[in-house]
Design a protein around this ligand. Structure first.
Ligand SMILES: Nc1nc2c(c(=O)[nH]1)N[C@H]1C(S)=C(S)[C@@H](COP(=O)(O)O)O[C@H]1N2
Ligand SMILES: [Mo]
Length: 238
């Protein structure tokens, strides 16, 4: 299944995307040298207005598991095809664990990683059937590179929405209260790949050209910091 998707050259990619063969550790450069503290145990805190913050790990683990195979699209234009993720549907998490406790409306859900990275999506987008809280990739537990111990996977949206090392989820009543990472133009509230919503105000086809030259140096930077981290780790600390 995975192999046939990777080899399926007749499948067209979304606008402005190009296939790459490997799957690099990637992100905004400030996060290249930040690593999660908790790698093996899912630790999640849920915050909603009017609800006592709670840790839903045990309840999450009891939800039905789900698997998807999807292409992964970074806003800088690389696409890695046919990744198989498994975990729990955000929709099940929401409907079974959050909705019964929730009062009032939700304008926005903020997702935060242990490295300080964060993103937001409208709740409706997170309820799509292929949005997962994933703890496995291609049949193995998530590696540090790809978001251990838990990450969001929202394949219809650019990669910056799929927060790695997820440890906090906030339901917010007002969208204005959220300040995205990076520069304002870089963060589209929805970032749908099919509509090329790469950022705000600047058209997607312009951002393609700005971003594409950043891929190679970013991949290198993230790889170098990963090697440093592993070297320090094998010496027993930093
Ligand atoms: N916590 C965290 N999540 C993150 C990032 C990050 O730097 N830190 N980078 C984002 C970006 S821009 C992309 S393209 C994907 C890359 O996922 P990967 O590193 O598994 O390839 O993760 C996204 N989620
Ligand atoms: Mo990205």
């Amino acid at each position: 299944m995975t192999a046939s998707i990777v080899c399926g050259m007749t499948d067209t990619l979304p606008p402005g995307q190009r296939e790459i063969r490997d799957f690099p550790r990637f992100g905004l450069t400030p996060f290249a040298k930040r690593f999660p503290r908790e790698l093996h145990r899912v630790s999640l805190r849920l915050e909603c207005a009017g609800v006592e913050p709670f840790a839903p790990e045990a309840e999450l683990a009891a939800l039905p598991r789900f698997e998807i195979t999807r292409d992964f699209h970074c806003v800088t234009t690389w696409t890695r095809r046919g990744l198989t993720w498994s975990g729990w549907r955000f929709r099940d998490f929401h409907e079974r664990l959050v909705a019964p406790r929730l009062s009032g409306t939700t304008a926005l859900v903020v997702l935060r990683g242990q490295d300080g990275a964060h993103s937001s999506l409208p709740l409706e987008d997170l309820l799509a059937e292929d949005v997962l809280l994933a703890d496995r990739l291609d049949g193995a537990p998530l590696t540090i590179e790809h978001g251990a111990p838990l990450r969001l996977v929202a394949p219809a949206h650019y990669g910056y929405k799929s927060v790695k090392h997820l440890h906090r989820i906030e339901y917010r009543a007002e969208a204005e209260s959220y300040r995205p990472v990076g520069l304002r133009f870089m963060a589209h509230p929805r970032a749908r790949v099919a509509l090329e919503e790469r950022g705000q105000w600047i058209p997607g086809w312009v951002l393609r050209r700005l971003y594409r030259p950043l891929i190679a140096p970013t991949v290198k930077r993230f790889r170098r910091e990963m090697e440093r981290y592993r070297a320090a780790d094998s010496r027993g600390g930093t």
